[in-house]
Each structure stands twice: as structure tokens, then as C-alpha cells.
Design a protein around this ligand. Structure first.
Ligand code: IDC
Length: 329
């Protein structure tokens, strides 16, 4: 009788584990666990410094085909990436606030988040403020709705990082960004109280000095710093180093190996100089971008139509460099 009882209990337990949805199963990222910010560092669940290194999608309205489970698995297995960034443009072609298909964009984000969770990677949901409305306050109410939805949907996932404004520009001041952040961060915090949030900085996320002078008072907040190796050199590295020295937690949520246009030549020397600095400061970084668009920043050759399972010969110069650089760890 006892044997039958234990058999029944085991059968029930097996059924429960099979039927448990992904959301409940994957509540904790086993990689480093829930991340936090301590001083200038991103730290793991034990409080030890960690560095995330990975790849960003191109705009998901343009290249949704690269947001698929196999692609994310390739980033993890082939490139050894531990973070995946999903770039949802607010404006431009098919942007979330520009007549884009919100349902379809949200579905793409969901595919990316679930794939990252399945592969035990961290994932950044990026509200990609860039052109047309370079001041994030312009889309404040849309942003609040978006992040309310996202943070509610993904509240259980330790893996999810929220990036609330990619690159404010066009003269947007740090005080405007602070205003925006103070409106959006509490919305996320209500659902995901301990999540890491990345806040963009003025001048295409370069002015970390402004943020360091007057940081936000929330915990687990990091500040975006973006560079393109063909355009940005030693003077900008100085600015980053100074902000870091002041104790500002910085996250390079986007960088390119070429000009700020996404084109121009691949700049190996400057790319290496940047990575050397970021590694020495334990700053996380994410490369732009996973697609086969005929531009220097793309990782995949435009002749390659595969959307996962890439070989070295499918990669551009920038893609090959990234592959070698990420795999060192
Ligand atoms: C670029 C893309 C390009 C696209 C353009 C749209 O590479 O294909 O046509 O956006 O505006 C950034 C932005 C990022 C840019 C990238 C290169 O965050 O969206 O992507 N860049 O210009 N900041 C600095 C450079």
C-alpha cells in the first residue's frame, strides 16, 4: 500500500513539474541569480561583482526574424554571451509610439525574453529613444504604460533588466531625463521592486558626467554609456573613467565597432582599447547589432540568410571580432 502511495505521489510530482509554466520554473536566473547594484558595480546574488557581455538586436520592427529561440541559443553557445538586448524603437519605422504594431512588437519581445530565460541569460528590454522624439519626456505616458505592462508580465523573472531610454539627444538635459526617470522607475518598481534599471544619459548616452554630478536616489539603477569605436576615442574614455571613479554605476548597453552612423570602417584598434578599459573597470557591455543589414555594425554578413546557427564564415569583420572577444571568457 505504501509503495502504491509513493508511486502515486511521484506520478503527481512528475505531472506537476511538466505542467508548471516557464514563468514559475525560471523565476531565478541560475547564472548569477538576481542582480543588484553595489557602489559602481553590478553584483550577483552573493554581492560579488559580475560583468554582463553580449549582443543587442537591431530594431525589432526591422529585423524581428533575429528574435527567435535558436538565435538566442546561438548567442549563448557560440558567442558565450550572457546578456541579450531587445531594442524596441519608439519612433522611426514601425516604432512603438509611431503607429507600429504594438501587439506584434510585444510578441517579439516576449519571444526574446522567454528565449533568454530558457538559455539562462539576462535580457534587457530597451525603450529605444533615438530620432524624431529624442527627449524621452515626449513619450512619457506611452513609456509608463509600456513598462507597467512589461514589469507586470516579467515580474517573476530575475533575468529581466529594464532600459528606459536608449539615447536622449537633441539637447535633452539631464534634468529632463531625471524627471522622466522619476515618472517611469516607480511604475517598474511597483511590479519588479528589485530589478536593475538602466537610465540613458544626455548626448546619445555619453554624458555620464552629468549623471555622476546628480544621480538618482533609487537603488539598483545604472546609467547608460554608449560609444562607437570609429567616432569616440580617448577623450570619451576619460569621461567614463572619471564618472566611474566618482562611483557611478555604468552599463554600456550599446556600443559599436564602427562610426556612430553604424557604418564607416571597422575600427579594431579603438574597439580593443575600449574593451580593455571596460574589462578593467568591470563594466558590462552589449554590442550593436545582431542582423545582416549591409552596414559595418552588423554581426552577420548580408549574404547570409540564416537567423541562427551561424558559423565563423557567416560573420562580418565586426562579428568575427566580437566572437573572438566574447569567447575569451
Ligand atoms: C542605427 C542602425 C541603422 C538604422 C538607424 C535608425 O544601425 O541601421 O537605420 O539606427 O536610426 C545608435 C543607436 C542605434 C543606431 C546606431 C548606429 O542607438 O539605434 O542604429 N547608433 O547609428 N547610437 C549611436 C549609434
Amino acid at each position: 500500500m505504501a509503495k502504491i502511495k509513493s508511486l502515486i505521489i511521484s506520478a503527481v510530482l512528475i505531472c506537476v513539474s511538466i505542467l508548471t509554466p516557464l514563468t514559475a520554473q525560471a523565476a531565478e536566473a541560475s547564472y548569477y541569480g538576481a542582480l543588484h547594484v553595489k557602489g559602481a558595480d553590478l553584483v550577483d546574488k552573493h554581492g560579488d561583482p559580475v560583468q554582463l557581455r553580449g549582443v543587442s538586436t537591431h530594431g525589432i520592427a526591422w529585423f524581428p526574424e533575429y528574435v527567435n529561440a535558436k538565435a538566442v541559443k546561438s548567442l549563448k553557445k557560440t558567442f558565450h554571451a550572457n546578456v541579450y538586448r531587445i531594442a524596441c524603437y519608439t519612433d522611426e519605422y514601425g516604432g512603438y509610439c509611431n503607429g507600429g504594431d504594438k501587439k506584434s512588437l510585444e510578441k517579439t519581445i516576449d519571444t526574446g525574453v522567454k528565449a533568454a530565460v530558457k538559455n539562462d541569460m539576462y535580457v534587457i528590454i530597451d525603450w529605444h529613444v533615438l530620432n524624431e522624439h529624442p527627449n524621452p519626456l515626449d513619450h512619457k505616458s506611452d513609456a509608463k504604460k509600456f513598462f507597467k505592462k512589461m514589469s507586470k508580465k516579467y515580474a517573476k523573472y530575475d533575468n529581466v533588466i529594464y532600459e528606459i531610454c536608449n539615447e536622449p539627444n537633441g539637447g535633452t538635459s539631464w534634468s529632463d531625463i531625471r524627471k522622466y526617470a522619476k515618472a517611469v522607475i516607480p511604475v517598474i518598481r511597483k511590479n519588479a521592486p528589485d530589478s536593475v534599471i538602466i537610465v540613458g544619459t544626455p548626448t546619445w548616452s555619453q554624458d555620464v558626467d552629468k549623471a555622476a554630478e546628480h544621480p538618482l536616489s533609487y537603488k539598483n539603477v545604472m546609467y547608460a554609456f554608449h560609444f562607437y569605436a570609429g567616432t569616440h576615442h580617448a577623450d570619451l574614455r576619460k569621461k567614463l573613467t572619471a564618472a566611474h571613479k566618482k562611483g557611478l554605476p555604468v552599463f554600456v548597453s550599446e556600443f559599436g565597432t564602427c562610426d556612430a552612423s553604424g557604418n564607416g570602417g571597422f575600427n579594431k584598434k579603438e574597439s580593443n582599447a575600449w574593451i580593455k578599459l571596460l574589462d578593467s573597470l568591470n563594466i558590462s557591455y552589449v554590442n550593436w547589432s545582431l542582423c545582416n543589414k549591409a552596414e559595418t555594425a552588423s554581426i552577420i554578413k548580408s549574404s547570409c540568410k540564416k537567423t541562427s546557427g551561424w558559423k565563423k564564415s557567416d560573420l562580418t569583420q565586426s562579428g568575427k571580432w566580437l566572437y573572438q572577444m566574447l569567447r575569451k571568457y
